[in-house]
Design a protein around this ligand. Structure first.
Ligand SMILES: [Zn+2]
Length: 301
């Protein structure tokens, strides 16, 4: 018997990745294109294009992971920060085009679902997942279910009145402002001038540069303060950290984050807290979108 397969689509600010995904997370054929910035129509057409590119007989459902918050009642995708999307019904769109069950979820929530089912969070009932990229996203598993709320973990305050946040956010000192890849870029520019980037900061730190190490330690310490606060609310068995910058920096950020999270977390969570790197890495978003498709197929949503 052929394994049951769905199409997962990871819609990012710069690229769209689609692929065939099995129930066990195995990825078949994939197709990637740049994300058009022109209009909502152009984005929807690009999404249809990638579905056609990987589609094969027997595909059972489609799942979208999108960089938007979803309306919890209607499931419509609200405004995206970095894309021309505003109030889009992805479920109706995909169903009309392809006649298949369709699921949609915020991309960071989808990544959390994937790490919980198939990655670093297997077997636990409570998990917090963070994606450290240009911005900071997150998702929460609570009592063995994906929390369907916004989980805008990047926009909690760890430095009141601190650095201005990014994009449409008018807050200050949010995790995203002080512990993202963009914050690392800014730290690199402060050290070495225009043109320096987060990659250089991480490389210099690995080579023992004390200023680079201190910058990443400060960044990790802010991240840990936020993690400690989430631990005090959700008491997760594990906190999983992924995203492009998170993977690149690894223990350079997680080490200081662990120390500060243990300081902020109340007993006995402080002692048993686990902060680990994601296992699925950059495939997590695509696999998560696939799992969202299986949920739609199984009628779990
Ligand atoms: Zn913010």
């Amino acid at each position: 018997m052929r394994p049951e397969r769905v199409i997962g689509i990871d819609l990012g600010g710069t690229k769209i990745l689609a692929g065939l995904v099995d129930r066990d997370g195995a990825i078949g054929r994939t197709h990637e294109i740049p994300t058009p910035a022109a209009s909502e129509q152009a984005v929807l057409e690009a999404l249809d294009e990638v579905v056609h590119a990987v589609h094969e007989d027997g595909v059972a459902a489609i799942g979208y992971g999108v960089p938007c918050n979803l309306d919890r009642v209607t499931g419509r995708a609200l405004r995206a920060t970095n894309l021309p999307l505003d109030d889009v019904d992805f479920v109706a769109h995909g169903r009309d085009r392809f006649g298949l069950p369709v699921g949609v979820e915020n991309d960071a929530n989808a990544a959390a679902l994937a790490e919980w089912r198939l990655g670093a969070g297997r077997g636990v009932d409570n998990l917090v997942m963070l994606t450290l990229g240009t911005g900071v996203g997150g998702g929460i598993i609570l009592d063995g279910r994906l929390y369907r709320g916004w989980a805008e973990l990047g926009h909690v305050v760890v430095d009141a009145g601190g650095a201005p946040c990014q994009g449409n956010c008018h807050g200050r000192g949010h995790v995203e402002a002080v512990a993202s890849g963009e914050a690392a870029e800014r730290a690199a520019r402060e050290l070495w001038g225009d043109g320096a980037d987060a990659h250089r900061l991480v490389t210099a730190a690995r080579e023992g540069d004390s200023e680079a190490l201190a910058a990443l330690e400060r960044l990790g310490s802010f991240l840990g303060a936020a993690i400690g606060s989430w631990v005090n609310i959700f008491d997760p068995e594990v906190v999983v950290v992924g995203g492009g910058f998170g993977r690149a920096a690894g223990e350079l950020v997680l080490g200081p984050a662990r120390e500060s999270a243990r300081r902020e977390a109340i007993q006995p969570a402080d002692g048993r807290l686990r902060i680990v790197e994601s296992e699925l890495g950059e495939r997590g978003g695509l696999i998560g979108a696939g799992l969202v498709a299986f949920e739609a197929l199984d009628g779990e949503r």
